[in-house]
Every structure is written in structure tokens, then in C-alpha cells.
Design a protein around this ligand. Sequence first.
Ligand SMILES: [Zn+2]
Length: 123
Amino acid sequence: MTGLPIEFDDPDLLGDSLHFGKYGTVEKIIISSQGKHNRTAFIQVYITYSKPIDAAFAIRALDGIKIKGREITATFGTTKYCTYFLKSIECRNERCFYLHAYDTKNELMDGVKNNMDFLDEKS
Ligand SMILES: [Zn+2]
């Protein structure tokens, strides 16, 4: 998630039920503040939800919205899901190896390693 104004530089604020907590159980928040000394600076935050589907809801809700005139970009850091799929847009990338359906049997997001695991599975 990039483009958040610097005043969001507070894990407690970000994780509460009015912010990212609204979309599911937030497990971890990492804030990378770029240019703390710059008043127009924006921050980049990494949110880990307990369930990937919660992250999917958050991304769907937040990607492309504007906060203080700046467009927010929300994407999966360790995604298994195609970003087009998450936006309900048809994916035209024939070589896209991300998932285009929700993986309900594998609820845990185990990071980048999982992105590759399903390539071996015959669907
Ligand atoms: Zn795709």
C-alpha cells in the first residue's frame, strides 16, 4: 500500500477498526516512512492479514481511492492472486501465473514460496 499521507505513520491507528482493521484481522503492520523530514512525504505500509481473503477485500476497497488528493495503490506484497482478478477485471495476460479464483483450501498466506507451489499442481 503506497501513497498514504505521513500522518498515517502509526501502527495503532492503521490497525484499528476504522482503517485496515475494517477488512479483517490485522496480524502485522510494517511502515516504511519515506522522507520523514519532508512535509509532503508519503509512506508505504505493509499489512499482514490473518486471512488472504481479508487482504483481498482491503485491496478491492482501497486501491485507487484518493486520500488528500493522492491516489492510493494497494497491492499484494506476497500475492497468490492476480490483481486483475481482485478488481473483477478479466485478465488478458496469458502467461499470468497468479490465481484467478479464491483458494479456499489454503487459507494461510505463506509468502512468496506459495506463489510457486501451485505451479506443480494439476488442476
Ligand atoms: Zn491474471
